[in-house]
Design a protein around this ligand. Structure first.
Ligand SMILES: Nc1ncnc2c1ncn2[C@@H]1O[C@H](COP(=O)(O)OP(=O)(O)OP(=O)(O)O)[C@@H](O)[C@H]1O
Ligand SMILES: C[C@H](N)[C@H](N)CCCCCC(=O)O
Ligand SMILES: [Mg+2]
Length: 214
């Protein structure tokens, strides 16, 4: 019997490379013979089929799927490029998290692995009460966290990891995005520091390097 797996991909911030990392990780699993679909928790800043889903499919070298066209892979797409809680409010609606969970379950019945990309970082609000972190904790999905070598990443990464430990969220992997390249002295130590930190505090988690995707 095929093992179904749902994993959540978040990052230390918006624009850190979650979408690229999601496509990369999907391809890695597909190369191991597993069928993979991606889902976007909530998309802001566009209309129609979520732009992150479109990017995932391009990276996977797949056309848009029926589950993309009918909204199963991204139920909530909002125009305004901001936090989901605000984007939903501006659209005079609310994000129904039970609907998103139901969509994930439908996808999990059809694919071996569902990778859910969050919007922004872990503490991004989905409404006035709940953050992405709360949802992740409720669902007990393992987390793949995307980080980078940019100045400031050590602090943002450690804050994200400390809160995962406090909330009992399992870290599957830390993806270290080498893009964009900035200061090699800072980047090298950021990578080395985070690798040491992972070995000490999350020995079961994988450290994965992501290079520039062209
Ligand atoms: N490894 C990479 N190779 C090439 N381009 C990259 C890489 N990582 C990030 N980028 C580029 O940097 C920008 C931000 O990346 P991306 O869209 O993946 O961020 P994100 O974390 O998914 O943001 P959001 O919170 O909006 O979902 C994009 O233009 C993307 O193409
Ligand atoms: C529009 C943007 N690209 C992201 N998808 C949304 C990021 C929300 C971040 C909210 C915040 O941390 O203040
Ligand atoms: Mg993205």
């Amino acid at each position: 019997m095929k093992q179904q797996q749902i994993m959540f991909i978040s990052g230390i911030d918006t624009d850190v490379g979650k979408t690229i990392a999601t496509g990369f990780y999907a391809n890695r699993l597909a190369a191991q013979g597993r069928s993979v679909i991606t889902q976007k928790l909530v998309q802001t800043g566009c209309s129609g089929v979520a732009e992150d889903i479109q990017r995932h499919r391009k990276l996977q070298n797949l056309p848009l799927q029926q589950c993309d066209l009918d909204g199963t892979t991204c139920r909530y797409v909002f125009d305004y490029p901001c936090s989901p809680h605000l984007a939903a409010r501006l659209a005079q609606t609310e994000i129904d998290l039970a609907q998103i969970t139901a969509d994930t379950q439908i996808l999990a019945q059809q694919y071996d692995v569902v990778l859910i990309e969050g919007a922004g970082g872990l503490a991004v609000p989905l409404n006035n009460e709940l953050t992405t972190l709360d949802y992740l904790q409720q669902q007990s999905y393992p987390l793949i966290l995307v980080t980078s070598g940019k100045l400031g990443s050590i602090n943002h990464t450690l804050l994200s990891l400390v809160v995962c430990q406090q909330r009992g969220i399992a870290l599957q992997a830390l993806i270290y995005n080498h893009y964009p390249q900035t200061d090699p002295i800072i980047e090298n130590e950021t990578q080395a520091y985070l690798q040491r930190y992972l070995t000490t505090h999350f020995p079961q988690a994988e450290f994965i390097e992501l290079g520039e995707v062209v």
